[in-house]
Design a protein around this ligand. Structure first.
Ligand code: NDP
Length: 240
């Protein structure tokens, strides 16, 4: 029987590419999303992938959402923690709410999904968790103390949970994308984006599919000896 993968924030951008690649690789895939019903409807229409709406930063909603997926589709074998937001501002202008929302969703979402899905993987003796970090969690970024802290936290979370899952056949890894051509990056002002691209050795933004291929490999049988690692996919921008 096909294994079941859930991709948070799976209806747009990198998440959607991950859903499509995992489906092509033989997983049954479900996507979670926050509120954009049109994007979810489009994914469902194009691929048949079922979409479930809840806020991954909300602990109770995440536990309930994953329980519903398990009941309606089956036990969750692979989790891709991809949902993420930005609330950029320099520290002296950043509100507590900007700090807290990014921590709650980007890092708290990983904890909430793991709480919901890791125990079952551990009991069944097989699981894959892939957390989407960021180059800006590795290198830091002006105007992003909240985002950089949350993404950096993902890397520590990954290494700690990997140690807990290892003897149960559950691998936990992270991918740190560089700048990828999605809605999130479209929000960056053009002059800033030009400066960013000038610093990418391969001379372009990445494509969502290039992240998806890395995720799919980490979710495969072939990657069973890889755990607690971070794969950087960034066009050579930051070598970590
Ligand atoms: P997008 O903004 O294009 O898509 C974000 C997705 O996350 C959407 O599906 C959105 O749902 C969902 N989402 C947002 N908040 C929540 C929430 N609280 N609960 C559930 N789902 C939520 O993002 P990208 O595709 O650009 O980024 C995906 C991931 O990759 C993020 O973690 C991001 O930080 C990371 N990343 C991106 C980079 C880039 O260059 N784009 C670089 C490095 C890392 P909805 O559509 O309903 O709003």
């Amino acid at each position: 029987m096909a294994r079941l993968a859930i991709v948070t924030g799976g209806t747009r951008g990198i998440g959607r590419a991950i859903c499509e690649k995992l489906q092509a690789d033989g997983f049954t895939v479900v996507a979670n999303y926050a509120g954009n019903d049109a994007a979810a409807g489009q994914l469902k229409a194009d691929t048949g992938i079922r979409c479930y709406k809840w806020d991954v930063g909300d602990h109770e909603a995440t536990i309930a959402g994953c329980a519903r997926v398990a009941e309606e589709v089956g036990p969750i074998d692979a989790v891709v923690n991809n949902a993420g937001i930005t609330r950029d501002a320099v520290l002296h202008k950043m509100s507590y709410d900007d700090w807290h929302e990014v921590m709650r969703i980007n890092l708290g979402g990983c904890f909430n999904m793991a709480k919901a899905c890791f125990p079952g993987m551990r009991e069944r003796g097989w699981g894959r968790i892939v957390n989407i970090g960021s180059i800006n969690g590795q290198a830091g970024q002006y105007g992003q103390v909240n985002y950089a802290a949350a993404k950096s936290g993902i890397h520590g979370f990954t290494k700690a949970l990997a140690q807990e899952g290892a003897k149960f056949g559950v691998t936990v890894n992270a991918i740190a994308p560089g700048y990828i051509d999605t809605d999130m990056v479209a929000a960056v002002p053009e002059p800033v984006l030009e400066k960013i691209i000038a610093k990418i050795p391969v001379g372009r933004l990445g494509h969502a599919e290039e992240i998806a291929r890395g995720v799919a490999f980490l979710c495969s049988e072939d990657a069973g000896f890889i755990t607690g690692s971070t794969m950087s996919i960034n066009g050579g921008q930051h070598m970590y």
